[in-house]
Design a binder for this molecule. Structure first.
Ligand code: NAD
Length: 378
């Protein structure tokens, strides 16, 4: 009797097709060249931070990738390490705590460090991983501000390793088709964009949630707002010139020093405006483009699966990668291929930096009570 098929097998097959459709991203600028050390597929990936996203999405996704393997973990909790080692057969030599992390430099099983920590720790561990000669994948938002993001880019350049930001949507097929419309403009001139991303959370005991702590990069804007902001940029295909932002707090007993809701309006060249909302108090998930001769929209536009949409001419955005964690598997396989083939990653550190520059301006505008803030050109 043959063994029953693994639930991972169909995911692997879909992933192979999606990878084949994606192709290589282009030629490599000198600074982005992989370090001279020879890398072979599959790349060994160490996750740093074994919280919800690593546990529920990234580790399962790594079981389905073709070009990566979960070979290491970095955690401050010994009990967690034991459980992960058992589940994913990770040897003792590939387990690190935060203080001993630098030793990873000597470990040939690990090619990539994926930073999945609270936002205030992204810079520290990206810089340390780069110094250890490891390629870095870093979760969104890239950093606390643009200055940190620039330091991270510089560290990776200096050490000749790739830096890639975990904007998983940029790998997703409907989002990729959506982005093409910014170039082909089938509905004429783009006039307005609407980008709303949020969830109704923290109803019950918020506990010691870092997402509510200003010092650790808490607040809706850092967490969900980057989806609205990134989407406004990829919908227009341009960089915003100025922003006006307003922070709102409905539940002051929970949100102390961080935004519960942020409304921001981005001004793009040629009079295009993006109205964006992000919130920890509302379930919102819509991306819409209004053009001279029609409209198109994705709803939802930033879930883990089931992204879909339509347009005024009847076209649909209905490609399916399959259920979660297919998107994360595709993201990591594409990012691994960029390292293996020496091509630029789909979402390089510079893309994260562009968002951080706008984020800095959004916070400055909100602090100054909706003052219009111009955004420094990159
Ligand atoms: P989480 O709270 O579930 O996990 C955070 C992990 O960091 C925990 O294992 C915790 O023990 C560890 N940690 C180490 N130092 C800490 C400190 N000083 N304070 C708090 N925790 C500390 O968070 P998460 O949801 O896994 O998010 C981690 C990162 O991943 C964030 O940057 C977040 O924005 C990002 N994320 C991205 C997506 C996505 O779809 N791309 C989804 C979820 C989270």
């Amino acid at each position: 009797m043959s063994a029953p098929p693994s639930p991972i097998d169909p995911l692997r097959r879909r992933l192979a097709a999606a990878l084949a459709a994606g192709g290589a991203a282009g030629a490599l600028p000198g600074w982005a060249a992989s370090s001279s050390r020879k890398r072979r597929s599959p790349l060994g990936v160490a996750l740093i931070g074994l919280g919800g996203y690593s546990r529920d999405l990234l580790a399962p996704a790594l079981q389905a990738t073709r070009h990566c393997r979960l070979t290491g973990i970095v955690t401050g909790t010994p009990a967690k390490a034991e459980e992960w080692q058992r589940r994913y057969r990770i040897p003792d030599r590939n387990v690190y705590d935060y203080d001993g992390f630098a030793r990873i430099a000597d470990n040939p099983d690990i090619d990539v460090v994926y930073v999945v920590l609270p936002n205030h720790l992204h810079k520290r561990f990206t810089v340390e991983a780069a110094a250890a000669g490891k390629h870095v994948w870093c979760e969104k938002p890239m950093a606390m501000d643009a200055a940190e993001a620039q330091e991270m880019i510089d560290a990776c350049r200096r050490n000749r390793v790739q830096l890639t930001i975990g904007y998983r949507l940029q790998h997703e097929p409907n989002t990729r088709a959506w982005r093409e419309l910014a170039k082909t403009r089938p509905f004429g001139r783009l006039l307005r964009v609407k980008a709303d991303a949020g969830f109704n959370g923290f109803r019950n005991n918020p506990g010691d949630a870092w997402r509510l702590d200003p010092a650790r990069g808490g607040g809706a804007m850092y967490d969900m707002g980057v989806y609205s902001l990134n989407a406004a940029r990829y919908t227009t295909g341009r960089e915003p010139l100025a922003v006006t932002a307003r922070q709102e707090i409905q539940r002051p007993e929970i949100f102390r020093g961080v935004d519960e809701t942020m409304r921001f309006q981005l001004e793009f060249p040629e009079g295009v405006v993006a109205d964006c909302v992000t919130s920890f108090g509302m379930n919102i998930n819509l991306l819409r483009a209004e053009c001279e001769d029609g409209w198109y929209q994705l709803e939802p536009f930033q879930t883990y699966d089931g992204i879909k949409g339509e347009a005024s001419d009847g076209r649909r955005f209905d490609a399916s990668l399959g259920p979660r964690p297919a998107m994360q598997a595709l993201q990591m396989d594409e990012d691994a291929l960029a390292i293996l083939e020496g091509t630029p990653p789909r979402v390089p550190g510079e893309e994260g930096l562009r968002d951080m520059r706008v984020l800095d301006a959004i916070f400055a505008s909100a602090r100054a009570d909706r003052k219009r803030v111009e955004i420094a050109a990159g």
